[in-house]
Ligand binder design. Structure first.
Ligand SMILES: NC(=O)c1ccc[n+]([C@@H]2O[C@H](COP(=O)([O-])OP(=O)(O)OC[C@H]3O[C@@H](n4cnc5c(N)ncnc54)[C@H](O)[C@@H]3O)[C@@H](O)[C@H]2O)c1
Length: 480
C-alpha cells in the first residue's frame, strides 16, 4: 500500500466532514468529493467547527495542517487519492454502484474503505476492480474525536489491506478494531442497537421519557464505559471471584423478561414522543451548541484517561508519542545547528486568568514544551527515558515582560547556554507572533539523572556532543 499523503473522501456529509477534520489536523491532504456542489461550503464549515476541540486535544507538536480541496468529479478524486474513504448514504445498491465505478479510476494499490454502519463488505466489494483492496472501516461520530474504527474484511479482502489500513488509521490517532468475521451491524452497532431498541420500547410503553433514559446512562454506566467495557465492569461486579460469581448471582435474571430486543413498530405516536422528548432535553440549544458541549467533554475525558493510559486515553498517548518523535525528526532534518529550537503555540481559552491574561503556570507549560522540543532534537526521547536516564528541571527563573491575551499566536525559542557532564542551562524566550514582542523569558537549569538510582549521572556522550554543537553554533550566530 502507498504512503498516504492524500485522503480521498467519497460523500462529504456528517461522516465525510469528520474524516476530513481528523486527517487535515494530522497533516494529511484531503480531496472531498460529493455529487452536490453545495457540500463544499458544508464540509469547510464542518472542519472549522471541529477545530476548537481538536486544537485542545493535545499539546503535542503537530505537523503543518493538510490542505482541503473539493470536487464533484468522483473520478478525478479517485485518480489523485492515496486512500479512499466512502461515506455516502447507507443504501446497498447505491454503494455497490459508486464503489465499482470509483474502483475503475483508482490505481490497484489504493485502498478503498467504506464507513458503512452495518452493510457487509463481501456485498459491497462484489463489482469492484481489485476487490482485495476493499474493506469496511466503520468510524463513530464525531470521527475527529472518537478513536474507534472497526475494520472488516469481506471474502475477497486481502490480509495486507487490513494490516495497511490499520497502520494508516493508527497514524491518524485511531484505535483499529479488526473483526474476525463480517456480520450485519459489525460489533459496536450490534451493541448500540440493542440499547436503542430497549429505549424505543420503554418510550413506546410510556415507562420513561427520553430524558430519564439518558440520565440512566449518563450518571452511571456511561461514566464506567469510558474506562472499561461491560465485561470488565461485570467482572468487578462479582467481587473477589469476579465473572464466575457474577454469572452465578445474576445468571437467573437472563431468563427474566428484562429485554425485548425486537424493535417496536415506529408508529407516529412513538416518533412524536422521541422527537418531543429530545427537544425538551435540548432546551432550545442548537445542534452546533450541543456538539460543542459534547466535543469539549470528549476532549476532557480523553485527557484524563491519558493519565491512566486507559482506553481512548492510551490511544491519545500513543498518538502523542508519535507526534513528538516525528517533530524531533523534523527538527533534526530541517533546522541547522545555528537556529534556535522553536515551537509555535497559541494562548488557548482555558489558559487565561481573571485579568484576561495568560496564567502564570501556563508559561511554565509552554517552556516545558519548548524544552521537550530541544530534548527530542538532541536525542533525549522515549527510548532514552526508558533506558533509565533523563534530565530533570532543578531551577527556573521567569521574567514576565508583556501581555498575552486569549487566542494570541506565540512562539518560543530555546538556546543552550551551557552544558557539562551533568548540567544543562538553557534560555527560553517567548514572543508574540504579531509584533515579535518578547513577552517572557526563562532561564532553566536541568540536571541529568539516573532515574532508577535517583541520582545525578553523566549524560550520554552523543547527547552531550549534540548540545555542545548547538551551544557553539548558537553562541556564534548570536555574536554575528
Ligand atoms: N452519521 C453517523 O453517525 C454515522 C456513523 C458511522 C457511520 N456512518 C455511515 O457513514 C455513511 C454516511 O453517513 P452520513 O451520516 O455522513 O450521511 P449524510 O447523509 O450526512 O452524507 C452523505 C453524503 O453523501 C453524498 N452522496 C450521495 N450520493 C453520492 C454519490 N453517488 N457520490 C458522492 N456523494 C454522494 C450526499 O450528497 C451527502 O453529502 C453511511 O454509510 C452511514 O451508515 C454514519
Amino acid at each position: 500500500m502507498r504512503n498516504v499523503r492524500t485522503l480521498g473522501l467519497l460523500g462529504t456529509g456528517v461522516i465525510g466532514g469528520g474524516w476530513a477534520a481528523r486527517a487535515l489536523h494530522l497533516g494529511i491532504d484531503v480531496i472531498a468529493a460529493d455529487t452536490k456542489p453545495q457540500m463544499e461550503e458544508w464540509i469547510r464549515s464542518a472542519v472549522q467547527n471541529a477545530e476548537p476541540a481538536l486544537a485542545r486535544l493535545t499539546a503535542a507538536p503537530l505537523p503543518p495542517k493538510g490542505r482541503l480541496s473539493f470536487t464533484t468529479d468522483l473520478h478525478s478524486m479517485a485518480e489523485r487519492a492515496d486512500f479512499i474513504q466512502e461515506n455516502i448514504p447507507e443504501q446497498l445498491e447505491l454503494k455497490q454502484r459508486v464503489l465499482a465505478d470509483v474502483s475503475h479510476h483508482a490505481a490497484a494499490d489504493v485502498i478503498i474503505a467504506s464507513s458503512t454502519s452495518g452493510l457487509m463488505p463481501s456485498d459491497l466489494q462484489r463489482d469492484m476492480v481489485a476487490p482485495e483492496r476493499f474493506l469496511v472501516a466503520h468510524p463513530f461520530n464525531p470521527v475527529y474525536l472518537l478513536p474507534l474504527v472497526e475494520l472488516v474484511g469481506g471474502n475477497l479482502t486481502s490480509a495486507q489491506t487490513i494490516a495497511a489500513a490499520g497502520r494508516f488509521f493508527t497514524y491518524i490517532g485511531m484505535h483499529p478494531l479488526t473483526l474476525r468475521h463480517e456480520i450485519p451491524g459489525h460489533l459496536t452497532d450490534r451493541l448500540q442497537e440493542a440499547l436503542w431498541r430497549e429505549i424505543l420500547h420503554l418510550v413506546n410503553d410510556g415507562v420513561a421519557t427520553t430524558g430519564e433514559l439518558d440520565e440512566s446512562i449518563v450518571y452511571g454506566p456511561g461514566l464506567r464505559w469510558a474506562a472499561m467495557g461491560t465485561n470488565m465492569i461485570y467482572h468487578l461486579a462479582g467481587g473477589e471471584s469476579g465473572m464466575r460469581h457474577m454469572l452465578a448471582q445474576f445468571g437467573p435474571c437472563l431468563k427474566w423478561p428484562w429485554t425485548k430486543l425486537e424493535a417496536p413498530e415506529l408508529t407516529d405516536q412513538l416518533i412524536d414522543r422521541m422527537v418531543e422528548g429530545t427537544q425538551e432535553q435540548a432546551a432550545g440549544r442548537s445542534i452546533r451548541n450541543l456538539e460543542r458541549l459534547r466535543d469539549d467533554s470528549l476532549v476532557a475525558i480523553q485527557q484524563v484517561l491519558r493519565q491512566y493510559n486507559v482506553g481512548a486515553g492510551a490511544t491519545l498517548r500513543a498518538l502523542e508519542e508519535r507526534l513528538y518523535s516525528d517533530a524531533g525528526e523534523r527538527t533534526r532534518a530541517t533546522t541547522s545547528t545555528h537556529e534556535l529550537t522553536r515551537i509555535e503555540t497559541q494562548v488557548r481559552a482555558e489558559w487565561v486568568d481573571y485579568n484576561g491574561h495568560m496564567s502564570d503556570f501556563r508559561y511554565l507549560q509552554v517552556f516545558g514544551e519548548a524544552m521537550d522540543a530541544l530534548y527530542r532534537r538532541v536525542g533525549v526521547d522515549d527510548a532514552y527515558r526508558l533506558s533509565g536516564r533523563m534530565l530533570y528541571t532543578v531551577d527556573t527563573q521567569i521574567s514576565y515582560l508583556a501581555e498575552a491575551k486569549v487566542n494570541e499566536p506565540l512562539y518560543a525559542t530555546t538556546q543552550v547556554v551551557s552544558v557539562d557532564d551533568k548540567r544543562l542551562k538553557v534560555l527560553h524566550r517567548l514572543h508574540r507572533v504579531r509584533d515579535n514582542a518578547l513577552i517572557a523569558s526563562s532561564e532553566q537549569t536541568h540536571l541529568h539523572v539516573n532515574t532508577q538510582a535517583g541520582q545525578a549521572s553523566a549524560m550520554d556522550r552523543d547527547v552531550r556532543r549534540r548540545l555542545e554543537i548547538l551551544l557553539t553554533a548558537q553562541a556564534d550566530s548570536a555574536r554575528a
